[in-house]
Design a protein around this ligand. Sequence first.
Ligand SMILES: NC(=O)C1=CN([C@@H]2O[C@H](COP(=O)(O)OP(=O)(O)OC[C@H]3O[C@@H](n4cnc5c(N)ncnc54)[C@H](OP(=O)(O)O)[C@@H]3O)[C@@H](O)[C@H]2O)C=CC1
Ligand SMILES: C[C@H](O)[C@@H]1OC(=O)[C@H](O)[C@@H]1O
Length: 253
Amino acid sequence: MLLKDKVVLVTGASQGIGKAAAIGCARHGADVAINYHSDEAGAADAVAQIEALGRRAIAVKGDVAQVETATSFVQAAVEAFGKVDVFVNNAGICPFHAFLDMPPEVMERTMKVNLFGAYYMVQAAANQMVKQGQGGAIIAVSSISALVGGGMQTHYTPTKAGVHSLMQSTAIALGKYGIRCNSVLPGTIETAINKEDLADVAKREYMAGRIPLGRLGEPDDLAGPIVFLASDLAKYVTGAALLVDGGAFVNLQ
Ligand SMILES: NC(=O)C1=CN([C@@H]2O[C@H](COP(=O)(O)OP(=O)(O)OC[C@H]3O[C@@H](n4cnc5c(N)ncnc54)[C@H](OP(=O)(O)O)[C@@H]3O)[C@@H](O)[C@H]2O)C=CC1
Ligand SMILES: C[C@H](O)[C@@H]1OC(=O)[C@H](O)[C@@H]1O
């Protein structure tokens, strides 16, 4: 039990990586507040799975692109559980699109959800942790795409580099409060975000073929690294970025 009686908040936890992270934290003894945007059934299922593990859970609907969602999510968690120990910034979108004719609204929505949303959420969680005076852990779900490009992701990869950079800067800003800030950098994990993209058999085989461990990732592959960074096992780790990509990044030849 690495997170016994900790309170963990996870954004975008109605499905995919966020849901796996929320359940993974509950498995290690945490009570969990999840944020979601539209998937009511997925959010209810996450809550049910956490409660089945004997832990408490709430689901709070909200669009992270709206500034006020951040403070209302943190407030709802504090009302339910009394504190915030760990914050996982996960919510994100990746609407694949070519560069030369990128619609401004797609570009701006991606920035607002992935980067602005992360900024305000992390700020709200950090303010609560500072008020409590007991430190805390913040983990951002960045991406291998913070380090390498994607021709159909020119609006997305800068947000992931931005989130990675945000954790480096907040590690400095919040270190004096005992708040650690780190990011995980997933490779290609099979979720709804890339279902359409990976439906192309040639693309899927190409992506899987780049991975030394021989398979695409599953959401649960992120749960362990997130629990680790959230826990006291990582008590001297801050400003770090952990690739969770089956070795894809280092595979040049
Ligand atoms: N899958 C992959 O290969 C990789 C994913 N990532 C990152 O992981 C994170 C999770 O992605 P993944 O699990 O794959 O994707 P999914 O599409 O499976 O899940 C995305 C989650 O984010 C939520 N979400 C989307 N928009 C908003 C919003 N505006 N406000 C609040 N919640 C929102 C969704 O809520 P709802 O369903 O309720 O609308 C859902 O819970 C993203 O930040 C992504 O960039 C990073 C590297 C690789
Ligand atoms: C959605 C993509 O499949 C996924 O997102 C990322 O951040 C990874 O780099 C993959 O491209």
